[in-house]
Design a protein around this ligand. Structure first.
Ligand SMILES: O=C([O-])C(=O)C[C@H](O)[C@@H](O)C(=O)[O-]
Ligand SMILES: [Mg+2]
Length: 418
């Protein structure tokens, strides 16, 4: 049960040109696969963002984890906190969120290893699954038909086609729902003027009368606009996600909005909870084990939310199957998580590092893998291919705005711009 090696493998995989409030997705997503190799040969898996700061944090903590027990996650959390605090440059501020990000992927890999050692699934280790299948939502994006030609590179088409108006959004929803069976729908907004996005939501409502709907403009609206959109979509939206920046702004919108407000932007750390609760700024919190400090902390967060009458949903970023498995286990073991979770998986499924067969969608949900551990195995050839793609890409960070400005130099990503 002792950690003999920590293998940190950054990867890059294909992504369509998905539009959002800050720009457009680049052709490759950066992620990182972590393998904890134990002294008896068992390997525990984790997945996290692949940006340079996270890779540096993992490289810094790596030697300190060797020899620790995968059952000592409290000790591992403390060690990671101490190492990263000690590495703060003179005059710099410690970064507790960075420490939570680093611990999260290591904790996931520890729990995968614990499960493999004990013959138990991760959801069992988290207290037991309260649902056999975890519902996910169709996560729709406005998108271009292809990545345009750039710097001598030809255009990069994808299977989904363009979605730039209400009809395109509805077609995308139909295709995704036909394939995956999703029973609720989220539209990534903040791309076009709000009235166009209201029209898209109304078109979705007409095409899918029974699917709960959400829109998430990632803070692109002013308080006045958000109040107007909320009033216009009364009775149409299940929740309205991050219409405006900041806890105080969200509280002003919540005061008049007829539907719950949700966030994965203004409450992303424990210290944001007291002011958000005091101001009744959010009624639904999107958890994310990748930055809330792991799987167990996500369960604790959900319980805390329930104490204050806050609903619980789940956020996602572009990801592969190791993260999908972890998201499914933690959602299955969190009774308070009653909304369909977000997932980007349909956009990135072609490059999964996980061997096919275990993770599958049925009626919009993912049946909880039986384990042991996360229940998924890596495809070493795909991992190697995606690692080589990472090395060839020579990129260190996600830059939706910079990429958009290659095509539209005047692009404005300012929050509250509508
Ligand atoms: O709910 C959200 O805010 C997200 O899913 C954040 C992501 O970065 C999303 O905006 C994206 O993939 O463009
Ligand atoms: Mg969001």
């Amino acid at each position: 049960m002792l950690i003999r090696d920590v293998r940190i493998t950054p990867v890059a995989f294909r992504d369509p040109p998905l539009l959002n409030a800050i720009g457009v997705h680049e052709p490759l997503v950066l992620r990182c696969i972590v393998r904890l190799v134990l002294d008896d040969g068992v390997v525990g898996l984790g997945e996290c963002a692949g940006q340079r700061p996270q890779l540096d944090r993992l490289a810094a903590v790596r030697p300190h984890l060797i020899g620790m027990s995968v059952f000592d996650t409290n000790g591992i959390e403390r060690t990671i906190g101490t190492v990263l605090r000690a590495g703060t440059p003179p005059g710099g501020t410690p970064d507790p969120m960075g420490a939570r990000n680093a611990f999260s992927v290591i904790e996931t890999a520890c729990m995968d290893a614990q499960g493999r050692l004990t013959g138990r699934s991760v959801s069992e280790l988290l207290g037991g699954a309260v649902r056999a299948t975890v519902p996910f939502s169709a996560y729709l994006f406005y998108k271009w038909a292809e990545h345009p030609p750039l710097d001598g590179r030809p255009a990069i088409p994808d299977e989904w086609g363009a979605a730039l108006d209400p009809a395109g959004v509805v077609d995308q929803a139909k295709a995704m729902i036909e394939e995956y069976g999703f029973r609720s729908i989220k539209l990534k907004g903040g791309v076009f003027p709000p009235d166009e996005e209201i029209a898209a939501v109304r078109a979705l409502r007409a095409a899918f009368p029974d699917h709960p709907l959400r829109i998430d403009p990632n803070c692109a609206w002013t308080v006045e606009t958000a109040r107007r959109v909320a009033a216009e979509l009364d009775g149409v939206l299940e929740y309205l996600e991050d219409p405006v920046p900041g806890i105080a702004g969200m509280a002003r919108v919540a005061a008049t909005a007829p539907m719950p407000l949700a966030t994965n932007m203004c409450v992303v750390a424990p210290e944001h909870l007291p002011p958000a609760i005091a101001q009744d700024a959010v009624q639904v919190l999107l958890t994310d084990h990748h930055y809330w400090g792991g799987l167990r902390r996500t369960g604790e967060l959900a319980r805390l939310c329930a104490t204050f009458g806050i609903g619980v949903s789940m956020h996602s970023n572009s990801h592969l199957g190791v993260s999908l498995a972890a998201m499914t286990h933690v959602a299955a073991a969190t009774p308070e998580l009653t909304y369909a979770c977000d997932t980007h998986y349909p956009w990135n499924r072609r490059d999964d590092v996980v061997r096919p067969g275990v993770l599958r969608f049925a009626d919009g949900g993912v049946p909880v893998p039986e384990g042991p551990g996360l229940g998924v195995e890596l495809d070493d050839e795909v991992l190697d291919r995606l690692h080589r793609a990472y090395l060839a890409a020579r990129r260190e960070a996600r830059d939706d705005t910079g990429y958009m400005r290659r095509f539209d130099p005047a692009f404005d990503p300012s929050p509250a711009r509508w």
